[in-house]
Write a protein that binds this ligand. Structure first.
Ligand SMILES: [Zn+2]
Length: 232
């Protein structure tokens, strides 16, 4: 049976399970689900949520806007995610251009309305944003990691978020622009740390954790939600 509680303006789903004593948290379809022992009284659940509220709010902030998976049609009014923001697609006729308008509109202008052209315009725009945003985040984190890349490239990868080579060059998947900022940062730090340690050994993870103590949350997010970062 599902119960819902509102907490600081967000809805939390309570799911009673056969767990013995411990309480678990997981995200499902953009909502926080709290797994509690079958017989835990409601007052105890409320107290528990209250005591954990800072942690829960931080966890939810990591999620970014949730847009249910849809078959994209590249039509006006569709919702897109850009970092921690939700954007509404606007389409107009004219010469090729894509720009942010107002608080949350992404305006795409094309000579002829055609879903393929609109998708291509969006991919070009995301790639440009990725180059700019990631260069800025690399400048922020490089002094903290103590390693500076020779070159930063934005690429299209199907199944990876970043990479690093022996020439000291780092590459990032532009699809990260659809992830929360904290997740992008985690990939930036991961690749910068590879400039110091070209492996996933204990020294590598120690360096990552030193710079980003809650790296594990971002890693978990990518594992669970990474499949949503696509424009097909
Ligand atoms: Zn790695």
């Amino acid at each position: 049976m599902l119960e819902k509680v509102a907490m600081h303006g967000i809805v939390v789903i309570i799911k009673r399970t056969h767990r013995k004593a411990s309480v678990g948290f997981r995200m499902s379809l953009g909502q926080l689900v709290v797994l509690v022992p079958h017989k835990m009284p409601r007052s105890q659940i409320d107290r528990l949520l209250e005591s954990k509220s800072d942690w829960i709010l931080a966890k939810l902030a990591m999620q970014g806007p949730f847009i249910p998976p849809v078959q994209r049609r590249y039509e006006a009014g569709e919702r897109l995610v850009f970092l921690d923001q939700e954007l509404i697609l606007q389409i107009s006729l004219g010469s090729h251009s894509t720009k942010l308008k107002g608080a949350n509109e992404l305006s795409v202008s094309v000579p002829r309305v055609n879903p393929i052209w609109i998708r291509n315009a969006l991919v070009r725009w995301y790639k440009l944003q990725a180059q700019e945003h990631i260069e800025q985040r690399v400048s922020h984190f490089a002094p903290l990691v103590g390693a500076w890349p020779k070159k930063i490239d934005v690429k299209t990868y199907r199944a990876r978020w970043g990479s690093c080579n022996h020439r000291g060059e780092v590459q990032f998947n532009w699809k990260l622009m659809m992830a929360p900022r904290a997740v992008v940062d985690s990939v930036v730090v991961h690749e910068l740390c590879h400039l110091l340690h070209m492996h996933h050994g204990p020294e590598f993870w120690a360096q990552v954790k030193r710079v980003l103590p809650n790296y594990a949350d971002a890693k978990q997010w990518l594992k669970e939600e990474g499949h949503r970062l696509c424009l097909d």
